[in-house]
Design a protein around this ligand. Structure first.
Ligand code: TXA
Ligand code: MG
Length: 321
């Protein structure tokens, strides 16, 4: 069973040996291994039960590392990196030979990110290699935002989870690249589209769902709880569930639903603060998934700021066939 500890030195020792470690980031916890060691990376796919066509993000210690792994750094993406790194931004850049094909699933671009969590930042400083790290959940399930989430699902398969407390952003990074000189957003995430557009102007958002997308974070069904998950007008959903005598749980932004038992509801932010709501979203989905309810009923967030990325996750969670 994994040790849960904030000890970056023992994390560094495991990683240097080719072992995997759960690491905290400001977005979600990652399942990290030496990105330049093909067999450590292969272990990541195995432990996560992740299909090999789904490439991994490489975590680096700073913008100065980009030139080691990318053959070109377009001006607009550099501006984004200067503005938002360390932070919830991942950039797709043309890869250099040194990046193993298993990291990029054979694609010509590599995904790079400088995470903002102080522990992981210090850890990267102790290493002379970058860390490949997907979210530390079994493929298709909800991403972990607490060390305990990682331990519950992957604890038996890794030696150590670096405990950095609850993630402060709570949604995966926003993935950005370029096509024909245009900035494209491939995954909405912890950095809002508005924030990106303030730096580089209007962007294209290409996050359609399909069964074989460019970025499998875009799989139609992803981030999904085990029990059925419905999103829509909560009053209607509650009325229907009550009529069919379903034991339901409710995920709401701010409404209290006094008549519903505390074990069967989660309020994301009393003040309708969307940053706070994003921080709580995945923990809420996990808690309700384990509450014993037969179905989870949720509502969409306002389509502003992080609300857009949250709605993307809610939609995908509901898409489970
Ligand atoms: O916030 C995050 O991004 C977290 C933390 C741990 O950094 N990581 C994360 O990784 O969410 P993961 O593997 O769960 O999602 C990464 C997404 C996947 O949808 C993958 O397809 C896409 O990034 N991706 C990675 N490399 C890519 C590449 N070379 N081209 C296109 N998409 C890529
Ligand atoms: Mg993931």
């Amino acid at each position: 069973m994994a040790v849960i500890s904030p000890d970056i030195f023992s994390a560094a020792e495991f990683l240097k040996k080719g072992d995997l470690v759960g690491i905290p980031t400001e977005t979600v916890y990652g399942l990290a291994g030496n990105a330049l060691d093909g067999s450590a990376v292969a272990k990541i796919f195995e432990v996560k039960n992740r299909p090999s066509f789904d490439p991994l993000i490489m975590h680096i210690s700073g913008i100065d590392q980009v030139e080691n792994y990318a053959s070109n750094f377009p001006e607009k993406l550099k501006k984004l990196a200067e503005e938002f790194w360390p932070g919830p931004l991942t950039l797709l850049l043309p890869k250099k030979e040194i990046v193993p094909d298993i990291v990029t699933s054979g694609l010509s671009r590599v995904a790079l990110r400088v995470p903002a969590h102080p522990l992981t930042h210090s850890l990267l400083g102790l290493l002379d290699f970058p860390l490949a790290a997907p979210s530390a959940n079994p493929f298709g399930y909800i991403s972990p935002t607490r060390a305990s989430h990682v331990s519950e699902q992957l604890g038996e398969k890794i030696p150590l989870i670096l405990d950095g407390g609850p993630c402060t952003v709570g949604l995966e990074s926003t993935i950005v690249g370029m096509e024909d000189g245009e900035v494209v957003i491939y995954r909405m995430g912890g950095l809002s589209i508005d924030a990106v557009e303030e730096v580089v102007g209007k962007v294209t958002v290409r996050t359609q769902s399909s069964s074989r997308p460019d970025a499998p974070g875009l799989l139609l069904s992803h981030y999904a709880p085990r029990v059925p998950f419905l999103v829509g007008n909560l009053y209607e959903l509650i009325a229907e569930a009550s009529k069919s005598k379903k034991d339901f749980a409710v995920l709401s932004l701010s409404r209290q639903f006094e008549e519903i038992d505390a074990s069967r509801k989660y309020i994301l932010s009393k003040d309708e603060n969307l940053n706070e709501a994003a921080q709580n979203l995945f923990a809420a989905m996990r808690q309700l998934d384990s509450s014993g309810a037969e179905v989870i009923l949720a509502e969409y967030m306002p389509e502003v700021g992080l609300g857009r990325a949250m709605n993307d996750r809610l939609r995908r969670a509901a898409a489970k066939g």
